[in-house]
Design a binder for this molecule. Structure first.
Ligand SMILES: [Zn+2]
Length: 205
């Protein structure tokens, strides 16, 4: 099995706002993994995204980041599944964006740059706008969600080739389950006379 640090941030989902969703792991399982545990971790995450705010994040900022993440999540899943989005999440996102106007100020200091966000809320507003652009434009067709039922992580996959999210643990678990299902089906097919014995999967090693 693949070993990975469950608390490590994921930066491989294909967009910053999707990486924000992935700051919680196993969201739909019995024990979700919170990777944004402290304001310091949020500061670290924003720095990795090159969105370090002028003021370091505090507890309120951490609550805001998690709240935005859980507002975006059902919207992302509805987009992937071509379902109407939950009205409450739409209203929350609209209210957040209405309250956080973050004008774009550019400079060309060696390369094209945007002025750093003044606050964590401004940084989150940039991420929220990226999410809106991706979910409302043609890019939405490249969004997929992980079939692992405790994960359902959303990621970008324009060719539509990936089955699982980029977490190696999901692909690994999914493949083991698929293999077991194929073996069970094969066993049932070759010995139809004793289906009860043959249909039971072997106990886990
Ligand atoms: Zn997954």
């Amino acid at each position: 099995m693949v070993k990975e640090d469950p608390l490590a941030f994921r930066f491989d989902c294909g967009a910053i706002w999707l990486n924000l969703l992935a700051t919680q792991g196993r969201t739909f399982g019995a024990h979700p993994v919170e990777r944004l545990a402290t304001p310091g971790r949020l500061a670290e995450w924003l720095e990795r995204c090159e969105l370090t705010p002028a003021r370091p994040p505090d507890d309120d900022d951490l609550r805001l980041a998690r709240a935005l993440r859980e507002t975006l999540r059902p919207l992302a899943l509805a987009t992937v599944d071509h379902l109407p989005p939950p009205a409450s999440a739409v209203a929350e996102l609209a209210a957040f964006l209405a309250g956080h106007d973050d004008p774009i100020r550019l400079s060309a200091d060696g390369r094209l740059r945007r002025e750093p966000p003044r606050s964590t809320a401004d940084a989150l507003a940039r991420i929220a706008r990226q999410a809106v652009d991706q979910m409302t434009g043609a890019d939405r067709f490249a969004l997929r969600s992980c079939p692992e039922q405790d994960c359902r992580g959303v990621f970008v996959d324009p060719p539509g080739r990936r089955r699982w999210c980029p977490s190696p643990a999901c692909a690994s678990r999914g493949r083991v389950r698929a293999l077991r299902a194929r073996r069970t089906a094969a066993a049932a097919g070759t010995d139809a006379a004793a289906p009860d014995a043959q249909n039971s999967p072997a106990p886990d090693a």
